[in-house]
Design a protein around this ligand. Structure first.
Ligand code: URA
Length: 237
């Protein structure tokens, strides 16, 4: 059990000093009762509100975002809007970062968390958590692409990619790509190695978790318990 000020500090983006002031000003409620002592202990089952917003009690948060184009996949940037900047105030807390980067112009599923070990397991090629992308290509996908992906594409700098899957769609210029690793600009460089060009790229899924189709570009929501245990089980299998 943590003191209220420490508990809130770990679960919001605010400083301990700000929080202490709010508590003393009566801006915090535990189980519907106004609390003005920062030293009160918070129990696991307590429901805490700060300035009228419910504060998620979990130690870590796991957020699904539908990244729009033009936003960078980092925690903080002085120049550009980041995926963390797009989070609504009630999902913000210190230490959030995207578990894996999408290029600025790539859209789709980004997982944002403050759990470093979880992120490592998602990203490690050894765990085989597949990332699924839809790529729009400049030229129709050749019939040899699928086999080339399965053999392992050699990038221009000599890097040989792990075997990947490619699925054709009804549109010859749109393919689905399944990767088990996440190199810089990987999908774009794989198609460049085949003499083609990616015009648009969207991440549809991380492991068995599909991006929620009801999330509009720029919107985010926490993973449900079921989604979290699904992806955690995949990481461990
Ligand atoms: N591959 C890319 O080329 N870009 C991304 O954003 C993700 C995978």
């Amino acid at each position: 059990m943590d003191r209220l000020d420490k508990w809130l500090c770990a679960r919001t983006e605010h400083s301990r000093k700000e929080i202490k002031t709010w508590i003393r000003d009566g801006k915090v409620q535990i189980n519907g009762i106004r609390i003005t002592d920062p030293g009160v202990h918070v129990a696991a089952t307590d429901s805490v509100f700060l300035n009228g917003s419910h504060i998620c009690a979990e130690e870590f948060v796991y957020i699904m975002q539908n990244k729009p184009p033009g936003v960078v996949s980092v925690s903080r940037s002085d120049q550009e809007k980041t995926v963390v900047d797009l989070l609504p105030p009630d999902l913000r807390r210190k230490g959030l970062f995207p578990a894996g980067r999408l290029d600025k112009d790539t859209t789709g599923f980004v997982l944002i968390t403050d759990d470093g070990e979880f992120a490592h397991r998602i990203l490690s090629p050894r765990r085989h958590v597949t990332k699924t992308y839809t790529a729009v290509l400049r030229d129709p996908a050749g019939s040899a692409y699928r086999e080339a992906f399965q053999r392992g594409i050699s990038l221009a700098d000599g890097t040989v990619c792990l075997a990947a899957d490619l699925e054709y769609t009804d549109d010859p210029c749109i393919v689905r790509v399944f990767l088990r690793e996440g190199r810089y600009h990987q999908v774009r460089r794989m198609f460049a190695a085949l003499g083609n060009q990616v015009i648009a790229l969207h991440r549809d899924a991380i492991g068995g978790l599909q991006l929620d189709a009801s999330l509009l570009p720029g919107e985010s929501r926490p993973l449900t318990m079921e989604e979290l245990s699904q992806i955690t089980n995949e990481q461990l299998s």
